[in-house]
Design a protein around this ligand. Structure first.
Ligand SMILES: Cc1cc2nc3c(=O)[nH]c(=O)nc-3n(C[C@H](O)[C@H](O)[C@H](O)COP(=O)(O)OP(=O)(O)OC[C@H]3O[C@@H](n4cnc5c(N)ncnc54)[C@H](O)[C@@H]3O)c2cc1C
Length: 423
């Protein structure tokens, strides 16, 4: 093998497709390619999916994909909360931003479900495909190259390094993708004016709250009912976390409770800044998603702002489009770079449109609100209009729920893809 890596590891594996990263993009794509009977391995660097504060919103577009795959009934049996209207308080004035009940779609709600439940579900559902292998605790650390092409990855496991030779490598390793970095792909930064502090606060049975988001001069607070806890996001101006810390934990918690009084008891769960996770918000995208033998999708190709909570769903849509466009070709060979680039040509428009809308919200609503000062906060005209005219609430609902150019599953299931005796 003509690789640029010098030391040879003890073990190696040869597959048609190696997916790096077991997040929403990687697990959904692994499922779809396994279903199509393609020899595919998904590498996930962690031993499990149990990490807090990842995107937990499953939008109607993803629910529709689960329906098309025949997985929806089992999926909706998992514990989740459903959100149909998005309400808020803007400088003390009640506003409604979206109403999903107006949508003509089979699943007109956002399901809040821990991302680990979603990923475990996909993993378990995929176990029936003989050609799909998920390797946990396996971290891609470098690329294998054959001439100009990417020919797989070298990965680190508990038992030592392994070379995974693949006709096609697909980077689904998120916004800090090592694969895209090693491939030298250029990232275009678009930027965001805010960062987000995430934390959990305890919730007693019977505590209910319709307010989805509160905006006041200099701060924003969002809380979601997650069953036995409130998932909270406190939005601060970019780079201000050290200043927040300098003011002290109690000042922050007092502020949180003032904006969201429902958290009065549960906030006791936040004992130190260690209980708070900083999300450095980024919006960026690759200008080129491919190299010969390599494709990037999901956050590895485009990190999204948390505005609208669409990142998981875009990652899933990328996976569906990738399988639709490439699965048949991958039965025989690695698609050419031009064929791989069909994924960018299909998905770049929805990504750019979504990021554009996120930037509009950031620049026109969030930035203004986060400016310090004493001036009272005025509800932006567009928000006033949407609140006053309920029929308008279907438009943001549609953009949020289904996104731009929603994908449907067209890739075929191979008749012989199931393991003997299962499924
Ligand atoms: C704090 C926070 C809150 C968010 N909230 C929301 C929300 O409410 N709704 C929403 O839709 N989106 C949200 N997002 C964004 C959302 O999580 C992402 O857009 C989405 O998960 C992208 O999916 P992905 O599969 O492309 O990448 P990721 O979910 O980032 O998955 C990448 C996977 O690759 C693995 N990995 C990384 N490097 C390697 C390697 N070298 N080898 C092997 N495995 C590797 C990682 O462990 C991870 O499992 C949030 C993100 C953060 C950080």
């Amino acid at each position: 093998m003509n690789t640029t890596l010098e030391r040879q590891p003890a073990t190696s594996l040869k597959v048609r497709c190696c997916i790096v990263g077991g997040g929403p993009a990687g697990m959904m794509l692994g499922y779809l390619l396994g279903r199509a009977g393609i020899d595919v391995v998904v590498l996930e660097k962690h031993a499990d999916f149990f990490r807090d504060f990842r995107g937990d919103t499953v939008h109607p577009s993803t629910l529709q994909v689960m329906d098309e795959l025949g997985l929806i009934d089992g999926f909706l049996k998992l514990p989740h909360q459903r959100l149909q209207t998005m309400d808020g308080l803007f400088g003390g004035t009640p506003v409604r931003i979206a109403d999903l009940r107006q949508l003509r779609t089979k699943y007109p709600f956002i399901a809040f479900m821990p991302q680990w439940d979603f990923l475990n579900f996909l993993r378990e559902a995929g176990q029936r495909f003989a050609s799909l292998k998920v390797m946990m605790n396996t971290e891609a650390v470098d690329l294998i190259r054959r001439g100009e092409s990417i020919a797989g990855v070298r990965a680190k496991t508990a038992d030592g390094d392994i070379d995974i030779e693949a006709d096609l490598t697909i980077a689904c390793d998120g916004r800090h993708s090592i694969v895209r970095e090693r491939a030298g792909l250029e990232v275009e930064e678009i930027g965001a004016p805010m960062d987000v502090l995430w934390f959990r606060a305890g919730r007693n049975a019977g505590e209910t709250e319709n307010v989805f988001a509160g905006v006041e001069r200099g701060k924003m607070m969002i809380s979601f009912d997650r069953g036995d806890y409130w998932q909270c996001a406190y939005v601060i101006a970019k780079g201000q976390y050290d200043a927040v810390k300098a003011r002290g934990l109690q000042t922050l918690l007092d502020d949180v409770v003032r904006m969201a009084p429902i958290l009065k008891n549960g906030i006791a769960d936040v004992n130190s800044f260690d209980d708070i996770k900083l999300l450095t918000v980024a919006i960026n995208r690759l200008t080129r998603w491919t190299r010969p033998g390599l494709l990037c999708i999901g956050d590895a190709a485009h990190a999204m702002s948390p505005v609208g909570g669409v990142g998981v769903n875009l990652a899933v849509q990328d996976a569906v489009a990738t399988a639709n466009l490439l699965a048949d070709k991958m039965q025989q060979r690695c698609p050419s770079e031009n064929e791989l680039d069909a994924v960018r040509r299909r998905r770049e428009f929805p990504v750019k449109m979504t990021q554009w809308m996120q930037v509009v919200v950031q620049n026109n609503i969030i930035s203004g609100a986060l400016q310090p000062g004493d001036r009272p906060l005025k509800v932006p005209l567009i928000v006033r209009l949407i609140t006053a005219l309920p029929w308008l609430q279907g438009i943001p609902a549609r953009l949020l729920a289904l996104g731009v150019r929603p994908e449907h599953v067209h890739s075929r299931a191979a008749p012989s893809s199931s393991r003997a005796g299962i499924g």
